[in-house]
Ligand binder design. Sequence first.
Ligand SMILES: C[S@@+](CC[C@H](N)C(=O)[O-])C[C@H]1O[C@@H](n2cnc3c(N)ncnc32)[C@H](O)[C@@H]1O
Length: 274
Amino acid sequence: METTLSKPTLFSVKTKPYFQQDNFTLYLGDALNILNQIPSDSVDMVFADPPYNLSNGGFTVHAGRMVSVNKGDWDKSKGFEDDYDFHYRWLEACKRVLKPNGTLWVSGTYHSIYQCGHALQALGYHILNDISWFKPNASPNLSCRFFTASHETLIWARKDKKGKHTFNYEAMKDGQWPEDKIKKPGLQMRSVWSIGTPKPEEKKYGKHPTQKPLDLLRRVILASTNKGDLILDPFTGSSTTGIAAITQGRKFIGIDLEQSYLELSKKRFNNIKK
Ligand SMILES: C[S@@+](CC[C@H](N)C(=O)[O-])C[C@H]1O[C@@H](n2cnc3c(N)ncnc32)[C@H](O)[C@@H]1O
C-alpha cells in the first residue's frame, strides 16, 4: 500500500517516497540504497538507531514475564566482520549527505556501539560526546549473574573536525526536563540523561520492538538542531525521530526496510496532524 501525496520531495531522489506530507518523508528500502540517492551536503543532522545485533536467542523480562530478546531477523548478528562492515558503510554514506557543519547521533548497547565508535573514528568524524541514557525503569536481570543492563549509549559526532556544529547550550541548561530526576534546574546539562522507556500512549498505534522514547529524541533535536533544519533517520522504525522533529518544527526523512514499521510511522504522524 504505497501512499504519495502531492507535495514535492525536499530534493530529487530517484526512489518514490513511500509517504510524504508537509515536511515528513518516508522511504521504504535499504538505508544504503536510499542514502546513495540523496545529494551530498544536504542534511543538517542524522539520528541513527541501527540494528544492535543482539537478537541471538537470549531472554529478558517484560511486564513480569520471561520473553525472548529477539527483535527480528534485521537484528541478528552476521558475525563481527560483517556487522562492522555494515556499520562502516552506512556511517560513510551518512557522512557524505551531511552538511559540513552537520552532526550525527548513533545509539546502541555494547553489542554494537563500540563498532560504531570505531567506524566513526576511522571515517574521520569528530566525536563530541558520548551520552549515557539511563533507564530508571529498565527490566531486571534474570540470571542474577550480571549487573542489570539499564543504559544505552548515544555517540554524538560532527562530520568535520573543523566544522561549527549547533549546540543549543542555554536551551539545555535552562529548559524544563521534568522526566529527568538527574538534571538540576539552571545547571549545565550533563552527559548522563535519565529518561524512562516509551510511555503507553506512545505505543497506542502499535508497537515497534525497539521504539525509542519521545523525550529522548526531543532532547537530541532541541540540543543539536534549529527550527527548519533537515533531520534524517536511516533506520526510522516507528519514526520516533520524525515525530519529535515535526513537533519541534524541523523537516524529516526516514528510511526503513519494513513496510509495517512505515505504516506505524504514518499512523503516528497522522495523529500529530489532527
Ligand atoms: C533499532 S530499530 C529503530 C527504532 C526506532 N528508533 C523507533 O523509535 O521506532 C532499527 C530499524 O532499522 C530497520 N533496518 C534494519 N536494517 C535496515 C537497513 N539495511 N535499511 C533500512 N532499515 C533497516 C529495522 O527494520 C528497524 O525498524
